[in-house]
Ligand binder design. Structure first.
Ligand SMILES: NC(=O)c1ccc[n+]([C@@H]2O[C@H](COP(=O)([O-])OP(=O)(O)OC[C@H]3O[C@@H](n4cnc5c(N)ncnc54)[C@H](O)[C@@H]3O)[C@@H](O)[C@H]2O)c1
Length: 427
């Protein structure tokens, strides 16, 4: 059974915060709604954690989503369902949202935090898939495979070694040495490439890879440049005429990061002039909305240019991993209150419950809240077995294990704190 009560901290016409939602984990069964054909492993993982699960193979619009979320505690979406402020306002039972993908733009994270709803995503699950595509493309471009393939399909037997190379011994320049860049670094070295990388942040060089002191140094030194930077606004048109001009004649270029990072016209000119020997692009500034829509680009039809429809992270393995990873995060949040890798709440992990009950308290992060919480415990003679506090911006998160029988008056007092956004009890 879910006991949910709400009161609005601001007292105004518009709810600022849901103040009290208490959930008793046993024998209560939380309900999960998974949309957009999320991988079945997610349903299995959530059921194993005690959830009742409903699945739908499509996205929902705002009104239908609100209607469907009545009595739902966990929502799973991919990229096509928008979880707006209005959705959060209308669904006080909702405890957590899982984005079964990388991006979280479709979720109003500010509104989620303000109502004490935890959000999770899968930041790493498809990184290996991107790395494998990049490696395949580096080899394909170096051997001019797509040209040979096209000629064969046109009935032309073009047997010649001219312009075809091994990747062994070639220099790879990785721009952006994060989750993807570092994995690529290790695998490329295993193929015999020597790796130079450039990153604006301090990153540990893996294996024999070397760090370039500047982007310019990297561009002037390597045979293949591959971009794996993130999508921060500063990276808009980060790579244009000046950067292509610095690249060595005959070198190769790859972008599997974000489309808006590269000036497409500059790239076309450098390919046409022969300054670059080839390129592979998986992401574009203007990507078609739907499957089957026309793809418009100045790079279409160019020789030794590989164009793929943003499929770097799209493999069945990645989808399965995303399903398991996000469902695991949601299940841990429901059962023990763990928020590790949450995209909006402070990350806290306090493994097994030490006391009879675990109080999960989300609040507005202002000075003195922890003292106020513990003042209530002291006044009500509740002994604390373990406690952790985490803060993130204006959100505070406290997990407290207590052994005593929990009187309603303790919960009422915690809920009545003006900073309280949400309170759950796991018993
Ligand atoms: N093609 C696909 O299907 C696909 C799939 C997954 C991820 N991606 C994209 O790949 C990119 C990398 O993903 P990740 O998980 O490795 O990200 P990440 O955040 O782990 O790493 C990005 C790295 O780039 C660095 N960086 C940012 N701007 C830079 C700049 N201007 N110069 C040098 N370094 C810079 C950051 O410091 C960071 O180390 C992201 O843009 C992501 O959206 C694409």
């Amino acid at each position: 059974m879910v006991r949910a009560r709400g009161r609005f901290a601001s007292g105004g016409a518009r709810p600022a915060h849901w103040c009290l939602v208490t959930i008793h984990a046993t024998p209560h069964t939380p309900h999960a709604l998974l949309l957009e054909s999320i991988h079945p492993d997610a349903e299995t993982a959530l059921r194993a954690s005690g959830c009742a699960v409903t699945t739908l193979d499509r996205a929902l619009d705002e009104d239908e989503l609100i209607e469907r979320l009545d009595g739902v505690h966990v929502l799973g979406v991919r990229s096509k369902t928008n979880v707006t402020e209005r959705v959060f306002e209308a669904t006080p039972d909702l405890l957590a949202v899982g984005a079964f993908c990388i991006g979280t733009n479709q979720i109003d994270l500010h509104a989620a935090s303000a109502r004490g709803v935890a959000a999770f995503n899968a930041p790493f699950s498809n990184t290996r898939s991107v790395v494998e595509l990049a490696l395949a493309e580096i080899i394909a471009l170096t051997r001019r495979l797509t040209e040979k393939d096209r000629a064969m399909h046109d009935g032309v037997w073009d047997k010649s070694a001219e312009g075809l190379h091994e990747v062994r011994g070639r220099r790879l320049g990785i721009v952006g040495y994060g989750n993807i860049g570092t994995q690529l670094s290790v695998l490329a070295e295993n193929l015999g490439m020597s790796v130079l990388f450039y990153d604006t942040a301090d990153r540990l060089a893996l294996g024999m890879a070397r760090r370039a002191a500047s982007l310019e140094e990297l561009l002037e030194s390597v045979d293949v440049v591959t971009l794996h930077v993130d999508g921060r606004p500063d990276n808009n048109n980060f790579f244009g005429d000046a950067e292509f001009a610095r690249m060595r004649p005959g070198s190769l270029f790859l972008n599997l990061s974000r489309g808006f990072v590269v000036d497409q016209e500059s790239l076309r000119r450098r390919l046409e002039s022969g300054h670059l020997a080839g390129a592979a692009l998986d992401v574009f500034p203007d990507e078609p909305k739907g499957r089957g829509d026309e793809f418009v680009s100045p790079l279409r039809g160019m020789p030794n240019v590989i164009l793929t429809p943003h499929i770097g992270g799209s493999t069945e393995e990645a989808q399965q991993d995303i399903g398991r990873f996000v469902a695991g995060k949601l299940a841990d949040y429901l059962t023990v209150g763990t928020t590790s890798l949450s995209v909006n709440l402070p990350g806290l992990a306090m493994a097994n419950r030490l006391g009879e009950h675990r109080l999960v308290h989300i609040h507005r992060n202002t000075p003195g809240v922890l003292a106020a919480i513990n003042g209530i415990f002291a006044a009500e003679k509740v002994n604390i077995d373990a406690q952790h506090l985490g803060t993130r911006g204006d959100v505070g998160y406290v997990l407290t294990d207590v052994g005593a029988d929990l009187a309603e008056s303790v919960l009422d007092a915690l809920a009545a704190l003006p900073e309280t956004t949400r309170l759950r009890v796991l018993s």
